[in-house]
Design a protein around this ligand. Structure first.
Ligand code: HEM
Ligand SMILES: *[C@@H]1O[C@H](CO)[C@@H](O)[C@H](O)[C@H]1NC(C)=O
Ligand SMILES: *[C@@H]1O[C@H](CO)[C@@H](O)[C@H](O)[C@H]1NC(C)=O
Ligand SMILES: CC(=O)N[C@H]1CO[C@H](CO)[C@@H](O)[C@@H]1O
Length: 326
């Protein structure tokens, strides 16, 4: 009798005991005891980097998105593959840059506390620091992620939304990752900084209907189409970059929503935010400049994104070098 009660109690408590033993949580200041300087070291490297190479802010913020959406936030995006079969080699990742900055943060941290801080957490911290250094507001980053052991080329294409995606597929992709429609419209605001290759949107500028070379996407402001055509000529060179938020592409602010509301979102995925009542209403509320509430929302949604598929406890490992498993 007593024994069976004990068994029952143990069974009920087991998940709790296990999760405590494994420490299976991510939380703010996970490294407070084990590596107290981790966050300030990261911030310093980001500050120094952006002061000499401000154009790295876009790719470094985007890296967190790419990491989290593919196999969870486990730094799989950083793994090199000798045979070009890793996430890094998938089409969306060919436009990512800034891996060497993550390596620089990692080496600086390793000097203070070797083998303690994961590459996945470094990506998360860097994304916050980039936003702060670009004029946005700070938030508390949850840490305690561990690094994954696997990176697959095929995962990249399957999990990252294309710039051509419509609102239905954007919503469902975010939902699959446990993110809400609000997270979708808030995180899309990251397109307030950075640049894009013409190839991500030229389909909107030329032969959009497939019947006339001059036809363009009717959901884009025709004056904007004309301006973009000057930068992105049809079948032009593949290395031309366009600011996503012209004139303010290095500043993290809410002007993205003003652009989208004026039908000047660069990608179809940006324009699509006007095709759903909830995302449309967010765009309209923020188009006039309400940065305080956008900044706060952005931090919340980045924390939400940072929880996707994380490895904790004994899962995965703490990589010694971010581009290689130990
Ligand atoms: C909603 C779906 C999204 C789509 C379809 C999308 C697509 C893209 C594409 C195609 C580019 C241009 C890449 C290039 O041509 O170089 C880009 C750039 C960028 N994206 Fe997104 N993105 C999405 C969401 C996000 C999210 C959630 C974030 C981060 C929170 C983000 C951050 C960025 C940044 C910062 C850039 C600029 C990169 C640079 O300057 O090189 N995006 N995105
Ligand atoms: C949205 O895109 C998906 C995938 O390309 C497609 O199957 C679907 O029909 C599209 N939905 C609308 C409403 O256009
Ligand atoms: C327009 O697109 C259609 C369908 O993709 C293609 O068959 C046609 O050759 C294109 N026309 C021009 C002028 O590019
Ligand atoms: C196959 C390929 O070109 N992979 C590239 C992916 O992106 C990284 C960083 O820009 C490059 O180093 C890889 O060569």
């Amino acid at each position: 009798m007593a024994t069976s009660k004990m068994v029952l109690i143990l069974a009920l408590l087991l998940p709790l005991i296990l999760s405590t033993v494994n420490g299976q949580v991510i939380k703010p200041e996970f490294y407070k005891q084990s590596c107290p300087l981790a966050e300030s070291i990261t911030m310093n490297v980001v500050r120094e980097t952006l002061s000499v190479a401000p154009s790295l802010s876009g790719p470094l913020l985007r890296m967190f998105f790419h990491d989290c959406f593919v196999r969870g936030c486990d730094a799989s995006v950083l793994l090199d593959s000798p045979t070009n079969q890793a996430e890094k080699d998938s089409i969306p990742n060919l436009t990512l840059r800034g891996y060497e900055i993550i390596d620089r943060v990692k080496s600086a941290i390793e000097m203070h506390c070797p083998g303690v801080v994961s590459c996945a957490d470094i990506i998360a911290l860097v994304s916050r620091d980039v936003v702060v250094q670009s004029g946005g507001a700070s938030w508390e980053v949850e840490t305690g992620r561990r690094d994954g052991l696997v990176s697959l080329l095929s995962d990249g294409l399957a999990n990252l939304p294309a710039p051509f995606a419509n609102i239905t597929s954007l919503k469902s992709l975010f939902l699959q990752k446990g993110l809400s429609v609000k997270d979708l419209v808030v995180l899309s605001g990251a397109h307030t900084i950075g640049t894009a290759h013409c190839s991500a949107f030229t389909n909107r500028l030329y032969n959009f209907t497939g019947t006339s070379a001059n036809s363009f996407d009717p959901t884009m402001d025709s004056n904007y189409v004309a301006a973009l055509r000057k930068k992105c000529v049809q079948n032009g060179p593949s290395n031309v970059l366009v600011e996503m938020d012209p004139g303010s592409s290095k500043k993290f602010d809410e002007s993205y929503y003003k652009l989208v509301s004026k039908r000047r979102g660069l990608f179809q995925s940006d324009a699509a935010l006007l095709d759903n009542s909830e995302t449309k209403s967010y765009v309209q509320t923020h188009m006039g400049g309400n940065s305080a509430s956008f900044f706060k929302d952005f931090g919340v949604s980045m924390v939400n994104m940072g929880r996707i598929g994380v490895l904790t406890g004994n899962a995965g490992q703490i990589r010694k070098v971010c581009s290689k498993i130990n």
